[in-house]
Design a binder for this molecule. Sequence first.
Ligand code: IMP
Length: 453
Amino acid sequence: MFSIRASRVSFFMANIIVIGAQWGDEGKGKIVDLFTPFFDIVARYQGGHNAGHTVIIDGRKYVLHLIPSGILHPGKLCVIGNGVVIDPEALKREIGELAEGGISCRDRLFISDRAHIILDYHRLAEQGDEERRGAERIGTTNRGIGPAYEDKMARRGLRVCDLGNPRTVRSRVEESIRVKQALVPEAAGGIQVDEICARAAELGRELREYFGDTAEILNRAIDGGKSVLFEGAQGTLLDVDHGTYPFVTASSATAGGASTGTGVGPTRIDGVVGISKAYTTRVGEGPFPTELQDGTGEHIRERGQEFGASTGRPRRCGWFDAVVVRYARLINGLGSLVITKMDVLDDLDEIKICTGYRYKGERLRSFPPEVAVLERCEPEYLSVRGWRAPTAGIRDYGELPPLARDYVRRLSDLVETEISVVSTGPDRAETVVVSPDSRLESWLPLHRAGSSG
Ligand code: IMP
């Protein structure tokens, strides 16, 4: 039976990135939570409070948006890296909610002084921009993420380290509002520059104890033999470079983002673990070749409780797409894959797996960059028999129904990556470690910890 020991295995020192191999919501929160006992520090490197990582421990549900879920583990340090965009109001709220649950962030949470700040006008500008786009809208989470990254890239962004300098705060805020009002007149309503600047400075003072040079903190920790788990948010297909542009988020959600988003060089990172559901979901607009707009899609949504953790929006559901996950393996250099929500497929007679795309009668050799092509791709499916038996809560690979094991093997073959863990339910304990010989085991000895724990 599988159980996680709270203590860390002393010889282990790998630094690992955990990323989403699909369009986000793959269950990274649970897996990061499961891996955390083997690391000293958990670091977020991109995105912002558009993410929603749900962790269930002993039946109690925590939804974290900005703060790494490592905070739920006593003694672990958490870092919010320079690549993250921070809404200080949301951050303050999250720190407060954790405190209400008896979890203190003091001396455990470190926020990069180089991270960029989201203020209220970013959200207003985003709302205006989405309205203006009409049918072409992205379907964003409306958290101001995109406009804050726009300011960063346009070199007018306000950073954490600027909050203590009223002159910089005012000049950056004024410049940003000036540009945004020109582009999105709808954003003009309700913007009070004086109030915004005063509030930003106030929040800067209140949160100051968490701010610091996190690149220095992380690199020194690694020098001292500590290990870091880099917690990705969103997913590969939402990455601004590699995703289904323009229907993407504004940050680098792929493994490469971990280095630029924390200041830890790639040579110091040992491996990348991808997380994928046993099927596929997507929130917001954009192409989704294996989407099911029928009763089966509805069934998966209901059974999988596929509603956004941040926005509550229903998620679009579809079959597992091996083209997508193979692409994620390539882009991220995945060494190992975790399959989540296996139990959601328990009562289906037939399950389909997309093995390739056809476009204008031709089989595509790689993942197409153009949305117009993706939208017209015809998925080629392999149809397999469902196992029609409960897998929920199973903890031993041998106890999975044979057809469920076949399914896992098939996915592994199709994406050309080992599958090291299968999740059979939301709780930490509802987890199957597939093999004691996986590459994952060389980075974090889950199986050994489980079997000896
Ligand atoms: P934004 O990140 O709010 O700009 O939204 C851009 C796109 O990314 C939209 O399709 C969102 O639904 C999607 N997105 C952003 N964050 C998440 C997430 O945590 N899970 C799933 N989709 C997300």
